[in-house]
Ligand binder design. Sequence first.
Ligand code: ADP
Ligand code: PMV
Ligand code: MG
Length: 411
Amino acid sequence: MFITSAPGKVIIFGEHSAVYNKPAVAAAASSLRSYLLVKPMESIDDDEPVLQLNCPNLQFTFNWSMNQLLSIIDSHDLQKDTDTVQLSNSLLNIIDTQLLSEINNPLQRSAAQCFLYLYLSIVPRDKRTPLQFSLISTLPVGAGLGSSASISVALAQAFLKLNSVTLQDKSLINQWAFIGETCMHGTPSGIDNTIATFGGALQFTKGDPMGPKELHPIKPIVAVLTYTKIPRSTKVLVEGVRELYNTMPTIIEPLLDSMATVALKGSTALENGQLEEVLQLVRINHGQLVSLGVSHPGLEVIRNLTTDLKIGETKLTGAGGGGCALTFLNNSATTIDVEQFRNTLQEKFNYQTFETALGGFGCSLLELDQLTPTRKQQIIELFDVPGPKISMEQVDNILLPGGPADLPWIL
Ligand SMILES: Nc1ncnc2c1ncn2[C@@H]1O[C@H](COP(=O)(O)OP(=O)(O)O)[C@@H](O)[C@H]1O
Ligand SMILES: C[C@@](O)(CCOP(=O)(O)O)CC(=O)O
Ligand SMILES: [Mg+2]
């Protein structure tokens, strides 16, 4: 019995342009995480062993017959080699037509697709026992903070463990998590899964053979995050930008190049603690994202209030279209100003705000058999709570790596 966990992220510069192989900058939001509990499945019916995925955040539980899963493997000669990480359209198609036909809700469907794809690709036939997978996130789902990548990373890490793969480092987790992200939104840049795997702060360029560059800012990166609660889908927003790009390539390509310059300058400014420059680049990057059509009136509310109160600069973060905004404060912003900002957003607009330091732990593993029986039971019960009743605070108090309970997470 074990738990894997991976953080959400905040893209500071370069969302969307990252998909077009332009550099982008992101950091882990390491206290906002997904947790995956893997435990033996208590038998529902002895004749029909099942694999269960339980997702309280999205209020769904699905069971798949082990026999059906095994026969799919046998007929399609899957996962000979977990080192060869590729997306197979034929496997995606089998999952879609044979295993997801009862799931109509698109949010549930994409989570189940990612789960099944990674399970069928990574866990070998002889290690397929009836198991229950329970997934909870303390980060808002579908809000631009990379919940899709955090679940892909937690799932990839768990399945590689079930396959007893000895990991030299976390790269294989990251590669499989990228495939999981691809199942969920088609053409990801890979920045979200890379941050969710390795943590910290990174400058990342899709396809760069040198890999991501770790950033070591001289001052901690502190920002206010605001969650508008306006739902949106990364897949739909990324497809919208692709359509715009295809219609007007001569306009959009130079815009993406300009976004790349912003990200590179922003990366240096963050490392050197040049706040004035960071603020200007945040404003410019938001304007570029507005031009790509991925803002939302609900996000502009946050930006306008930041400008009215003269406390700093705000940009959307993640795919946009709702979800979250990121506000960097200037040196003249007083505690009272910031309180007024947060209170207005919370009370007038019913938004949620967090003041958060960025960076910190990437994916991690906790072996439950090392814990006392009481602690183990307490943790298992956390995952049994029905959706709306999950207490994020309780999850943090008990599970957060480096948090109050100080559990022996392997980082
Ligand atoms: N805790 C969770 N339980 C089930 N599915 C989840 C969870 N967290 C994320 N997901 C999946 O990720 C999708 C959201 O991904 P996306 O649209 O990329 O937004 P973001 O990554 O910004 O949260 C959800 O629709 C769901 O399929
Ligand atoms: C829009 C994009 O740059 C980030 C999407 O992040 P999120 O799923 O909204 O958290 C897409 C990507 O980089 O794959
Ligand atoms: Mg996502």
